[in-house]
Ligand binder design. Sequence first.
Ligand code: BMA
Length: 823
Amino acid sequence: MTMLKLDGEWALTSLTDASIVAPIMLPGDVHSALLAADIIPDPYLGCNETKVQWVGEHDWLLEKTFIVDADLLDAKAVDLTLSMVDTMAEIVLNDETILLCSNMFRHYRRDVRPFLRDGENTLRVTLKRADIEAKARAERLPFPVPWAVGNNQIPHMNTLRKTQCHSGWDWGICLLVSGIYDSIRLQAISDVRLQQVRSAQQWHSDGSCDVSAIISAECITPEHISLGAVAQIECCLVSPDGESMSQSIALTGSEVECCFRVTQPKRWWPAGYGEQPLYTLTVTTDGQTIEKRLGLRELYLETGEDDVGAAMTFVVNDKAIMAKGANWIPLDAMPSKQTPEDYRRLLEDAKAANMNMIRVWGGGMYERDTFYDLCDELGLLVWQDLMFSCALYPSTPDFLRDVEQEITEQVRRLSDHPSLALWCGDNEVIGAINWYPESRANREKYVVNYDRLSRVLQEVVEREDTSRRFWASSPCNGELDFGDAWHDDNKGDMHFWDVWHSGKSFDAYSSIKPRFCSEFGYQSWPSLPTVKTFASEEDWNVTSPTFEQHQKNGRGNSIITEMFTRYFRFPSDFSQMLYLSQVQQALAIKTASEYWRANKPVCRGILYWQLNDCWPVSSWSSIEYTGRWKQLHYHAKRFFAPQLAVFIDDGETLKLNVINDEHRKLGAKGQVTWYDWQGEVIDTWPVEATLEEDGNQVLWQCDRNVINERKHEGFFHVDMVCDGHALSNTWFDDVYKRLPLPSAKVEANVFEKNGTLTITLTTDKPAFFVHPEFEGEGRFNDSSFTLMPCNPVTLTYTGSASAEEMSSKLSIYHLVQSYTPTH
Ligand code: BMA
């Protein structure tokens, strides 16, 4: 049966100033259309953010004329489906209002057959100003509900079901975008409307698994059923090897179930624990098809009480998982730029850094299907926040009704994804009760208000998805626990911000032993190549207007600069400041992650803030907006690796912990070496062990007094090989600014080997945080490491640059050079 997509070019007109007219590509947003038509400058460049604020202060009309042919007109029903409509929209077909939309996270459907005409039809979408609607709603609330002051630049966004960071965040540009971000379709239906397909898995003791498809469909001509003309539904399950099972079943009611027994199921595992085989389930009827990719796996969240407090452990296929990853914010501040290619690139980069979990943060959006499909394919578990963040929210009956519908639809859409691990009610909303004067003054009232909404979220999630847990908030200490999950480390998940927001030094990370740290972060500035994409040369200064415009955390630049003075000698120029800020960020997150991993099994989750940027900005991300890996991302690849060797100093003893997250024993062998600054060996110790499955062992230790006697004479380095992989790490006995780091001369030799571009780095003295930066696309397989004179390192480059380009646009940074640029 016919399906007509109404995507592509529409006409865009301002209803506030009719002279502003442009084409708009849908799915897409108004800002992108105006940018393409040269009506606004690129909001991401210089200080242009302020110049484009007027766009959010207009009402907009989107219009498309299309031809309807006989196929559609012959149908008994023609469904118009819309989702990601942002936000206050009236949809008019041939002068008839057919839909009023007011929730960006809802899915809208209307049978428009009665309004379609033979030949030319016109669809008009009016998008009303979000700021005015938000304010009007706030005025109607029975009592004030504080919005995300400090993050949002436009008030009362908490009253609107719209991506909360559209009005700015402490890393986000404020554009107040609007548009329609998903495909617009007309689906012809002759007899049966295929509404949805849900799947369920039932595991048996003999290892087999029953996979059932629960199919909801509606006969739009019920008399057919009574006449015995029963509709047939074709249901098919294809294994990863291509073996297929199929059934044809009769639609005997509004819901039918179809069950397949899979006798030797191939289990789906998170990355680092096994493969990600996917089964394809296809359901077809009346020209409509729904296809789902299923992963067969068992998953639960263990939160039982233990000696420490209460666990927070994801268990997949009976194996405890060490969750490692980062927080995800919307891919791009302009939704037109949220492309499938960029989703793939970023999620592949997450996996390349040995991550196995991504948290979809509650101030953004329920992600597009592409995102979850990729997570299924790559083995990235998803911690899914519901879209509430850092503000309080209304609990009025109409708000609750709307949200109930929204969550129902989203849970139904997403719950078949094997990657989806947890439904979490919100980001920091329990905590936010303590932030605002109104709620601090009347805490009981706002706790009850919180609970009214939270209960609805919980009820819907538990009704719609019996296979997963609902976790009220991130962070949260547990069921109905409204305590301080920013500081209580013995139960639940924790957001630890004492270092960045409260100004403590990095050793504060080793003052806590979180069960699951779902947020902690440290900012850096973007690299020079990324800075060049948004700031002209006169603004290459961290306090220039452009640079300040691209820093959304009020004290951000001061925090970075002040922290330099605690750890490092002050960098000599702008490019070295940028480099050092990324060393500092990597050091912060490495310190925390390594220490907490060395606390396994107490700690079972580490998700740093944040993976990505939605525009070029100074932020906590490990991947820049341009796609360039910050040094942190290279470090994450090492500190999240399935096996990790890390030095832990408790002041009395320096220990080497070796951690193995895999559920199999592995041999590991190598040595710890104490080097002087010339790279000569002071002492060396062989280390060799069988690493226990999912283990954490101390393989070597040294009395700190021994080290203190030769303070500042050198550094400790471990080099091991485990299962064919190299593990290495470096430890210093003081902060870098006090160490007599040698003036190393690092050289790079670019050459091509069998069609692959490589660079070999050599040095005359030990060099630290050695970071080759190519000013072009692509990346190296490693960076920001310790380079020894005795051990040149050859890196491979992935990208399209030639050897000549590489040689002419390659800069090599390393720590001592950040303050002695002549070397
Ligand atoms: C967290 C997040 C975000 C924020 C980040 C940095 O708590 O939930 O709201 O961007 O801190 O401040």
